[in-house]
Design a protein around this ligand. Structure first.
Ligand code: Q46
Ligand code: ZN
Ligand code: ZN
Length: 310
């Protein structure tokens, strides 16, 4: 590590793709600038952003950065924590989320799956034969959108980082899932309130996992360090390791990779959004079907649980 490129003090990090060393103060500035660049594409004055806070490093860093940038953009912040009911992992996640929001003095909305639906993710994975994370992801997306609409929030902000995005794309390519790539999460998705669809922002789209972690450390923020016991996607971990290798060869590769994909899919008109309807059961958006994927799954879980009772 050399000295900070900007102030010449002792550096705490070397950012390989930009070839700069930074001290903690200038790292914070560098990191928040990335978030700023995404947010400035929108007019956020008097808009409400619902931050999805899990208590992990990504979402903790996200909330703290959005809290600091609030003065520049003048948005309102609300925070949602979804209690997934996954044992100690969920208990600790709730604790961390409650402590952080209390410190920042932002009200916390807790959505407890067991209380709201009568089942947790832990219960759902025993019933639905799909990978835990795909069930969990589906539930979280539905809940985030519903809570945002009910609380008059224009956007949901989530803590995806560039490593998540690249791993997702690489996996989709190598397992031949072009439809996943076409639906690639973007840094910004505008709201469509007519069909009760809140917008999405992923302010850390170009931040690495390591930068998110470092941002929580330099700001002295507590995060959940236990791993979710249902995360069994060993393949994704391996794909992540491939990225580490690529990173050694070409540090700008991650950014170029995702930007290449975005450029290509922006040229395709998939017409998907025009096919949007309201689900006959929950009244939230669904693509092409009458009943949304969340409600179909919920019905399956409910009927299975009912059968077990009787
Ligand atoms: S909580 Fe849910 Fe994650 Fe656990 S089951 Fe997978 S998606 S790993 S962020
Ligand atoms: Zn410095
Ligand atoms: Zn529905």
């Amino acid at each position: 590590l050399r000295n900070c490129r900007i102030c010449k003090k002792e550096a705490i990090v070397y950012i390989n793709y930009a070839n700069i060393s930074l001290c903690s103060e200038h790292f914070i500035e560098f990191y928040e600038r990335k978030i700023f660049k995404i947010l400035k594409q929108l007019d956020l004055r008097n808009k409400c952003i619902l931050v999805a806070l899990s208590g992990g490093k990504d979402s903790v860093a996200l909330l703290f950065a959005l809290y600091k940038l609030q003065a520049i953009f003048n948005y309102k912040l609300k925070v949602l924590h979804i209690d997934l009911g996954i044992g100690d992992y969920s208990k600790r996640s709730l604790e961390v989320s409650a402590k952080l929001t209390e410190k920042l003095n932002i009200p916390l909305i807790v959505f407890d799956l067991k209380k709201e639906f009568g089942w947790s993710i832990h219960d759902a994975v025993k019933i639905i034969r799909k990978p835990a994370c795909s069930i969990c992801g589906l539930v979280k997306r539905w809940v985030m959108n519903k809570v945002a609409i009910e609380n008059e929030c224009d956007y949901v902000a989530t803590g995806h980082n560039i490593d998540d995005v690249n791993t997702f794309v690489l996996k989709a390519m190598l397992t031949y899932r072009p439809e996943d790539i076409i639906r690639l999460p973007r840094p910004i998705l505008k709201p469509n309130l007519e069909v009760k669809l809140a917008g999405r922002i992923r302010p850390q789209f170009y931040a690495t996992e390591r930068e998110n972690l470092l941002y929580t450390l330099v700001n002295g923020l507590d995060t959940v360090s236990i791993e979710c016991p249902l995360a069994r996607d060993a393949k994704s971990k391996k794909y992540r390791q491939i990225w580490e290798e690529i990173d050694k060869v070409n540090p700008v590769g991650k950014i170029n990779f995702v930007n290449t994909i975005i450029k290509i899919i922006d040229k395709l008109d998939t017409g998907e959004m025009s096919d949007i309807k309201l689900c006959k059961i929950c009244g939230y958006p669904t693509y092409s079907r009458d009943i949304c994927t969340f409600c179909s799954m919920r019905m399956r879980i409910d009927s299975k649980l009912k059968n077990e009772e009787s």
